[in-house]
Ligand binder design. Structure first.
Ligand SMILES: *Cc1c(COP(=O)(O)O)cnc(C)c1O
Length: 242
């Protein structure tokens, strides 16, 4: 289907324009495809079109699509809330980066399993910059302390921060979330914690990627603007009750 290619072109162009406006190099911004609820076939088309970085929110979907996409080279990140008892399963599906690490209990469990398998894992620390209780992430005030704790776990390689901005039509409020994440990255980088690399800022989605890029995003995570509206509401993925 050509619509998918058109959508990908449009997103590329939006990223390019946003970079131009703020004097950034578009090569600094990676497009990650958020593929929750999307069938394997359109994902395959997008990968083949030159967008190999994809991410799921739930282990069950990761499992199904990992099997369906095994023959086509791509890179998997995980961007959903991860229960501690799902760690072992996550590690089965060669996920290159867990973007949603937000608590020490989960980090310790990961450390345990990774050490047993003699592996390491890249992670981003998810920060709740919007103050909404329905979204996961460490409180901004507790982020530095969490990074220090996780930095002591040798199997986990901290590469940066991730956030979901406020879902609001008030552009300034949305931008404040992204600005907060940028400032946190600078603050953490200034702490010079051994082993901690504050390279990535994963922020911005279909509706707010321009604001995120203006505030320094290095990874934007796009779903709907590429694959179309989802039937499942996001609360299914983002709800505390999960
Ligand atoms: C679904 C999702 C996205 C993409 O959202 P869209 O609005 O569809 O672009 C980005 N990040 C996370 C964590 C998601 O769950």
């Amino acid at each position: 289907m050509n619509e998918l290619h058109n959508n990908l072109d449009r997103i590329r162009e939006r990223i390019r324009m946003a970079c131009m406006k703020t004097g950034r190099d578009p090569r600094e911004v990676q497009l990650l495809l958020a593929t929750k609820t999307v069938a394997a076939s359109p994902i395959r088309t997008a990968i083949a079109a030159g967008y190999p970085l994809i991410a799921e929110n739930r282990i069950q979907e990761l499992k199904e699509k990992h099997a369906a996409l095994q023959d086509i080279p791509h890179i998997n990140h995980f961007i959903g809330h991860l229960q501690t008892n799902k760690v072992k399963e996550l590690l089965r599906y060669d996920v290159a980066c867990l973007q949603s690490l937000d608590r020490i209990e989960l980090a310790e469990k990961l450390q345990q399993r990774l050490a047993a398998e003699n592996r390491t894992l890249d992670v981003l620390i998810q920060v709740n910059t919007s103050g909404e209780s329905s979204k996961f992430g460490v409180h901004p005030d507790a982020a530095v302390a969490l990074v220090r704790q996780i930095a002591n776990l040798p199997a986990l390689k901290i590469r940066g921060l991730m956030t979901i901005g406020l879902l609001s039509s008030d552009n300034e409020k949305v931008r404040n979330c992204f600005r907060l994440l940028y400032r946190l990255r600078q603050e953490i980088a200034g702490c010079h914690i051994p082993g901690v690399v504050m390279q990535e800022l994963s922020m911005g989605m279909s509706g707010d990627l321009e604001a995120a890029i203006a505030e320094g995003a290095t990874i934007v995570r796009v779903g709907t603007a590429v694959f179309g509206q989802r039937n499942t509401p996001d609360s299914f993925y983002w709800n505390e009750q999960l």
